[in-house]
Write a protein that binds this ligand. Structure first.
Ligand code: PRP
Ligand code: URA
Length: 209
């Protein structure tokens, strides 16, 4: 079974409170989502391997460490995942960005794919899928499947807010994918929105409602 990492650092919890608040407008919402994504990236990369290198300081030569291992790919689930990309890239500027476009059919609540463009070498990369919301888990499960079908094997999922139902769905379908969340909320409502959640992440990011 995969591990669920609850990243509840005080700074993350504080910013998440403003993100959840319905009175927070799109500009602040966007900035806060990016900031929280950056803070979460710090923890998501905690197990990255290091290697020793020799450098020369102004004083003398010394052995010190740099990140080794696989290169990183960041994969936002469109649309709302876009709001987290720059936060991740602030800490991993060399990461390549792939896009998976999915929307939830409002009737069936099932994910529908409408776009997919990924780096050619995703099978060689450590992939971080990003999406603010993990509700039923349908979108995340489908996105992980697309990436695996195209050769990816090393995948992490990073979301701001998760419902227990979404975590269960991802763990049951993809037991190899660790999940990183800033909060685990109570439940889903009848429209499969997270309660208390933050509302519709895409609409709040892009001002479409
Ligand atoms: C939202 C969210 C997730 C999905 C989560 O996207 O960003 O991708 O719903 O729900 P699920 O876990 O039940 O699949 P939405 O479908 O609203 O599309 P958008 O990002 O384009 O607004
Ligand atoms: N998508 C959202 O944007 N919000 C939710 O609460 C659930 C799915």
């Amino acid at each position: 079974m995969s591990t669920v990492h609850l990243l509840d650092h005080p700074l993350i919890q504080h910013k998440l409170t403003y993100i959840r608040n319905k009175n927070t407008g799109s500009k602040d919402f966007r900035e806060l989502v990016e900031e929280v994504a950056m803070l979460m990236t710090y923890e998501v990369t905690r197990d990255f391997p290091l290697k020793e290198v020799e450098i020369e300081t102004p004083i003398q030569k010394t052995m010190t460490k740099v990140i080794s291992g696989k290169k990183v790919g960041v994969v936002p689930i469109l649309r709302a995942g876009l709001g987290m990309v720059n936060g991740v890239l602030k800490l991993i500027p060399a990461a390549k960005v792939g896009h998976v476009g999915l929307y939830r059919d409002p009737e069936t609540l099932l994910p529908v794919e409408y776009y997919c463009k990924l780096p050619a070498d995703i099978h060689e990369r450590e992939l971080i899928i990003i999406d603010p919301m993990l509700a039923t888990g349908g979108s995340a499960v489908a996105a992980i499947e697309f990436l695996k079908q195209r050769g990816a094997s090393n995948i992490k999922l990073m979301c701001l807010i998760a419902a227990p139902e979404g975590i269960k769905a991802v763990q049951e379908s993809h037991s190899d994918v660790d999940i990183y969340v800033a909060a685990i909320d109570e439940k889903l409502n009848d429209h499969a929105y997270i309660v208390p959640g933050l509302g519709d992440a895409g609409d709040r990011l892009f001002g479409t409602k």
